[in-house]
Write a protein that binds this ligand. Structure first.
Ligand code: MN
Length: 137
């Protein structure tokens, strides 16, 4: 099921468009928790249809809580997982992966970067068209 248009049921603010060569397509970020006291950061990330991040890994791991639209998650060497609101993705430290929208729908998730004292996200190459085999149908 796809909507094509903006997510009308978005829960958290859309924030500002990201300008980074680690993303393909239009992506927005609203930082929600930034206080290092908590050992994690939480951001609301919104992907336009077809948008996704490059392959990357998190030294301290990451948890994604899906809040809207239709998305994709893939770990290196594994099949793509299709995501909907209510899904939870647990990403172990240093596991190479990418996440983003399907070609035909918006996608929105909370990104919780855990154990942030372990280090910053490490960006790798963009997701190729062949790897972006990401569709619900
Ligand atoms: Mn990630």
């Amino acid at each position: 099921m796809t909507s094509g248009g903006p997510i009308e049921s978005a829960i958290f603010p859309k924030g500002v468009e990201i300008s980074s060569n680690s993303f393909t397509g239009k992506v927005w970020l609203q930082r929600l928790v930034t206080d290092a006291t908590f050992g994690c950061t939480i951001g609301n990330v919104t992907f336009a249809p077809g948008a996704r991040n490059s392959w990357h890994k998190h030294p301290g791991g990451q948890v994604l809580l899906i809040t809207g639209g239709t998305g994709c998650y893939q770990e290196r060497g594994k099949t793509v997982r299709i995501l909907h609101a209510g899904d939870v993705v647990e990403i172990q430290p240093d596991v190479e992966h990418w996440h983003g929208a399907t070609p035909d729908d918006w996608f929105c998730h909370l990104a919780i970067s855990t154990n942030i004292t372990q280090g910053e996200v490490q960006w790798l190459e963009p997701v190729s068209g062949a790897d972006y085999g990401c569709s619900e149908s």
